[in-house]
Design a protein around this ligand. Structure first.
Ligand SMILES: *[C@@H]1O[C@H](CO)[C@@H](O)[C@H](O)[C@H]1NC(C)=O
Ligand SMILES: *[C@@H]1O[C@H](CO)[C@@H](O)[C@H](O)[C@H]1NC(C)=O
Ligand SMILES: *[C@@H]1O[C@H](CO)[C@@H](O)[C@H](O)[C@H]1NC(C)=O
Ligand SMILES: *[C@@H]1O[C@H](CO)[C@@H](O)[C@H](O)[C@H]1NC(C)=O
Ligand SMILES: *[C@@H]1O[C@H](CO)[C@@H](O)[C@H](O)[C@H]1NC(C)=O
Ligand SMILES: *[C@@H]1O[C@H](CO)[C@@H](O)[C@H](O)[C@H]1NC(C)=O
Ligand SMILES: [Zn+2]
Length: 927
């Protein structure tokens, strides 16, 4: 082994300290060259803990489109053996050797530039060979190291994994690392024969290593043309569970051997949803096989690499004895998301990261359809739509939000795009389109688009063209409308509108105006500009049609992009309510005149409240609580709406309300008037808590699965507000668990109550309780259970325990994996005592935290959310502002997230200034 390494004559190349002035400084690669094919050989050394590294050689077949004297590609933290670079012309009249005369680097854009001896000529094809090597690090990006403990031998087992999206293939091998440079890949992996290897494609051939004893080379079949960020491989000692799909691709689910029994659900669900997409998109899954793999250390939730999808353990592995229904639904959603990418993203890829939302919005939206199809009994589609809408409403009401389609000039900016705007708002605007165009046009347009751009790259305009054609053909859109104009107003502009609806009660009409909705009420009217093309769907009490989501009218924008006030003729009688936005099909907020709100409030607070569609009940709650926050409505009106929740028995409105009320809780629990709020919440929650039999284990008799989730959701808040017997029951369950002789085998706490029980017991509990749960974490073999425990360990109210827990979270030597550290911090920071500590800890230890995540400091943004929701005093806001300023350098990677957090904090301070007293007076009237 050593001897092999000695053969390599290494010329160290320190990219970071290169001080040559870059001659090419554009953020995109030159377009003179196009890679056609990569032959990638990588030898991975995993046997000795002191020598974990890889040694590789890549041969790239490159077509010259223009004459050029240099080859510029990406390479980051790779040691390239410059003495052995080869370059040869392999086409044209005379195949002849060329060479590299000198090299330079541009560390800003990770460029590695080779100046060629002879000019490369347009039309010719060349083969470039680059030998390289690097250490396998524990960074979770590029080609990296993961590990797990074999429970029998108690030995650490090493494995390697890749994570290349968006721009880390360049850390694994030199390449043209932009999504537009699609090429085919022939991957060959070398490794000790005790391991196995998997990659995008099936194995073609295995042969002995030419010199290293006990080493083999495993060559995989040539891939279809694809982007570098989708390349994947892994060397490991995992086992797999096969699935069989009639006439389908070979489908396998991989995990470490002692977790293989948790693969059954994924192995069953994956192929079903894959088959659904084949029908939905009208295109067969193009590869001969697909593997899904649970990686013990994984930063994202999952990654859609073509033919080799990688997951966290908690998003792929399911244990009937340890995972809750919510866990199961989450993992179904993640699998459905990644498999949707096999078409949207892998087959047709965005030209540039500006259109990342096309990938992510689609996968998010279509996953909801896939899960609904395979598990109709969960009835989860409306819930996932609502979750997407609520997340985008929240972030997108900030001035510091950004458009869905976002110019990208730096790698760091690409990473910032993986947020709620790309995923959830992207999904919401696609759903809007689906609902206003109708099933037929939407599907036809999509299929056409996928067919046109298969194995190529596309931009959003390409999609709009296909959809416009389909919609016109189907008559789903008037001839003078095009999808382009409509959708540009949603994807190129930041934010979303609020519609003011003013009824004329005698004429049966209403006037509608629009402006941008902002949570920061200090922003003057003049800055709330913008115009959105809004499909107007509506119904009244009499008509009661909540099925038709096709618009009855459109709100248009003038040629100067100003909103044109629109009159609709709705024909609702003067005593009937009117509701806009059927099933919340378009992401906007609707504010009515006082009389219509009164009619709606009366309907909600009557036996007929269910005559309003369940999603629209969620909409009314969400809208009115936003409006009360920003002053368009008062809290009297808002509380008259929320009062009806005493009748509500459906999950979706509860989710909407609780999400909003949680924000009030986070601020109010730090004030002397929290008592009234708590009494109000108890009053709202008691009827449903009793209705669901509280903490009693009634799950086996529940006919509806969504009732399980409702119960999980309700008991969780009920215990926080000390409703009924919630806390005492939770403590009793926990005591029974602690009394078990073998608590790792026997857990008497009902699966779907565990999170609530642990959190409540730890919150009220002793050091022994905490240590008991920590030991269960250490012994658990199930990813979702480990996550549940980590997030409930933060529920303690003991300062020293929380302090110790936070320190563990950022200690590389502790039992907490780097992938989970943000979860632990969030858990602490979400608690009322924990918040005070976490705030302090973050400010005082930002250097340590930065170092812990470096170079992936972007992960730090996950720590900000719970802090920003709770900072509500001017002095804290000032502290954070000056902290953000003083630590600019360390916070560089999370600039956007920091701005958004500061703005959220500001809106909290505004709430205290303007609403606190009004709210406190009002809520007392409702007790
Ligand atoms: C490499 O060649 C391209 C295309 O000919 C050119 O745009 C670029 O400036 C060159 N880069 C360097 C570092 O000379
Ligand atoms: C990249 O390599 C250089 C030199 O080998 C090293 O100093 C630097 O820390 C590395 N950066 C990362 C992010 O690993
Ligand atoms: C496994 O190793 C750890 C630490 O080295 C030790 O504390 C533990 O007792 C060992 N367990 C078994 C089952 O050998
Ligand atoms: C909408 O109504 C709000 C509150 O009544 C008002 O402040 C705003 O100016 C109105 N906007 C438009 C565009 O009419
Ligand atoms: C709306 O759709 C549901 C389910 O598809 C159906 O049961 C109901 O009858 C429809 N209502 C109207 C008014 O069309
Ligand atoms: C739970 O069950 C116990 C015993 O049957 C009963 O006394 C209690 O009222 C139940 N709690 C709720 C909230 O239904
Ligand atoms: Zn995705």
């Amino acid at each position: 082994m050593k001897c092999f390494l000695l053969l390599v004559l290494v010329i160290g190349l320190d990219l970071s300290s290169a001080n040559s002035i870059p001659s090419y400084n554009h953020y995109r690669l030159p377009t003179a060259l196009r890679p056609q094919k990569y032959y990638l050989r990588i030898l991975t050394l995993l046997e000795s803990p002191d020598d974990l590294r890889f040694v590789g050689n890549v041969q790239i077949v490159i077509e010259a489109l223009k004459n050029t004297r240099n080859i510029t590609l990406h390479s980051k933290n790779l040691t390239i053996d410059e003495s052995r670079i080869t370059l040869r012309q392999i086409s044209g009249a005379s195949n002849k050797d060329n060479c590299v005369s000198s090299t330079s680097v541009n560390p800003t854009h990770d460029y590695y530039i080779m100046h060629t001896c002879e000019e490369l000529l347009a039309g010719n094809v060349y083969k470039l060979g680059l030998p390289f090597s690097a250490d396998l690090t524990r960074q979770l990006f590029g080609y990296y190291l993961s590990s797990y403990k074999n429970p029998v031998t108690n030995k650490t087992r090493w494995l390697s994994a890749t994570q290349f999206e968006p721009s880390f293939a360049r850390k694994a091998f030199p390449c043209f690392d932009e999504p537009g440079f699609k090429a085919s890949f022939v991957v060959t992996l070398g490794y000790h024969k005790q391991f196995k290897a998997i990659s995008n494609m099936p194995v073609r051939e295995i042969r002995k290593h030419e010199s290293l004893q006990n080493y083999i080379w495993c060559e995989f079949q040539e891939s279809v043309p694809m982007s570098t960020y989708l390349v994947a491989y892994s060397v490991n000692d995992f086992t797999f569970k096969p699935s069989t799909l009639p006439n389908g691709a070979l489908f396998r689910t991989w995990a470490r051997p002692n977790a293989i029994d948790q693969c059954n659900y994924a192995a069953e669900f994956g192929p079903k949803v894959l088959q659904y997409y084949e029908e939905f998109f009208g295109i067969r899954y193009p590869l001969p096989k697909i593997d899904q793999m649970a990686v013990p250390d994984f930063s994202a939730g999952a990654m859609e690499n073509w033919g080799l999808v990688k997951y966290r353990e908690s998003t792929l592995l399911y244990s009937p004895n340890h995972s809750s229904l919510a866990d199961k639904q989450d993992l179904a959603n993640v699998i459905a998301h990644e498999l949707a990418h096999q078409w949207f993203g892998n087959l047709v890829t965005m030209k540039w990261w500006t259109d990342l939302w096309l990938n992510e919005g689609f996968a998010t939206y279509v996953a909801g359809l896939g899960v609904q199809k395979i598990h109709p009994e969960w009835d989860s589609r409306d819930k996932s739509s609502l979750v997407a809408l609520m997340a985008s409403f929240r972030l997108d009401s900030l001035v510091s939000s950004h458009p869905i389609s976002r110019p990208i000039r730096m790698v760091a900016e690409i990473e910032e795009s993986f947020d709620a705007i790309s995923y959830q708002k992207g999904s919401a605007v696609l759903r809007m389109m689906h609902l206003f165009m109708g099933e037929e046009s939407f599907r036809t347009g999509l299929k056409e688009y996928l067919k046109l751009y298969a194995y190529k790259n596309a931009e959003q305009n390409n999609l709009w063209e296909s959809l416009t054609t389909a919609a016109h053909q189907n008559g789903a859109l008037a001839g003078h409308y095009d999808i382009n104009t409509i959708m540009d107003s949603w994807t190129l502009q930041t934010g979303y509108p609020v519609l003011n609806i003013t009824r004329d009660y005698s004429a049966g009409t209403a006037e509608i105006t629009q402006e941008r909705y902002l949570r920061n009420s200090q922003i003057p009217q003049a800055d709330r500009v913008g115009c959105w093309w809004v499909p107007l769907s509506y119904t009244s009490r009499e008509e009661n049609d909540f099925n038709t989501t096709a618009p009855k009218a459109w709100m248009e924008c003038s040629s100067t992009d100003e909103g044109v006030p629109t009159i609709i003729d709705h024909q609702a009688g003067p005593d009937e309510w009117l509701i806009l936005n059927i099933q919340l099909s378009t992401p906007y907020k609707a504010n009515y005149d006082a009389r219509n709100w009164k009619l709606l409030i009366d309907a909600l607070n009557s036996k007929e409240f269910e005559s309003i569609h369940v999603i629209n009940r969620a909409q009314l709650l969400d809208d009115v609580l936003y409006f009360a926050w920003t002053g368009e409505q008062d809290y009297e009106t808002a509380l008259q709406v929320t009062n009806y929740l005493r009748r509500e028995r459906d999950l979706i409105p509860w989710k909407s309300a609780l999400d909003n009320l949680k924000l009030l809780n986070r601020i109010l629990r730090q004030t002397p008037n929290f008592g009234s709020f708590k009494r109000y919440m108890k009053r709202l929650l008691t009827p449903i808590y009793e209705h669901l039999h509280g903490m009693n284990d009634t799950f086996s008799s529940m006919p509806q699965q969504d009732e399980v989730l409702l119960k999980t959701t309700v008991v969780n808040v009920a215990c926080q507000y000390d409703v009924s017997d919630c806390v005492t029951q939770a403590q009793a369950y926990f005591r029974r668990w602690r009394a078990e002789a073998n608590p790792d085998e026997n857990n008497p706490v009902p699966l779907n109550l565990r999170s609530t029980v642990y959190c409540t017991a730890i919150g009220q509990g002793t050091e022994e309780d905490w240590n008991f749960l920590w030991t269960r974490y250490r012994k658990s073999n199930v990813g979702s259970e480990r996550q549940t425990i980590l997030s409930t360990l933060g529920c303690s109210k003991e300062v020293w325990i929380l302090q110790r827990y936070m320190e563990k979270s950022f200690d590389p030597k502790s039992a907490i994996r780097k992938q989970d550290s943000s979860l632990c911090f969030q858990a602490v920071a979400s608690g009322q005592v924990g918040f005070l500590l976490a705030k302090q800890y973050f400010i005082e230890n930002v250097e340590l935290i930065h170092k812990y995540y470096y170079p992936q400091t972007r992960t730090m943004s996950r720590l900000l959310t719970p802090l920003s929701e709770q900072v509500s005093t001017l002095s804290d806001l000032k502290k954070f502002r000056s902290f953000a300023n003083d630590s600019r350098q360390l916070l560089k990677g999370i600039r956007q997230a920091m701005q958004q957090s500061l703005e959220t904090m500001l809106t909290n301070v505004q709430w205290m200034d303007w609403n606190y007293h009004q709210f406190s007076r009002t809520i007392r009237r409702h007790l």
